[in-house]
Design a protein around this ligand. Structure first.
Ligand SMILES: [Zn+2]
Length: 135
């Protein structure tokens, strides 16, 4: 865990996050698809890490994906998310975590040929905190 700039004990995270957020961000759970309003809504603004409020994604890179989770084709800036090989559940996937706090966000897939990067960052809505653009 020492690789992350923001460090808290599991106790502290548990106090700060609601149970669903804790399950996803700290225990790498997955929210039920089609349940978070951000899966199909793409309001203008910035999407922060729900755990540490680091800006992770922008509305300009958000696109509609029928998968049932919020989807982006790139991170807000290089290095804001970290990608980790994930071999759990008998699959080879690439996990995406917040580079600042290590919170689990989702996975990235190379199955979006219609986007500029070809990537689909499939992100749990509860891992994000939406902030509208400044006036
Ligand atoms: Zn974070």
């Amino acid at each position: 865990m020492s690789e992350y700039r923001i460090q808290k004990t599991e106790e502290e995270w548990r106090e700060q996050l609601d149970p669903v957020q804790y399950r996803v961000l700290r225990e790498k759970g997955t929210e039920r698809p089609f349940t978070h309003e951000l899966w199909k809504e793409s309001p203008k603004g910035t999407y922060l890490c729900a755990a540490c409020e680091t800006p992770l994604f922008k509305d300009t890179a958000k696109f509609f994906s029928a998968c049932g989770w919020p989807a982006f084709y790139e991170a807000a800036e290089a290095g804001t998310v970290k990608e980790i090989e994930d071999f759990t559940h008998g699959m080879h996937r690439v996990e995406v975590v917040c580079a600042a706090c290590g919170g689990h966000l989702g996975h990235v897939f190379q199955d979006a040929p219609h986007t500029p990067t070809g990537l689909r960052y499939c992100i749990n809505g509860v891992s994000l905190k939406y902030v509208p653009p400044a006036e």
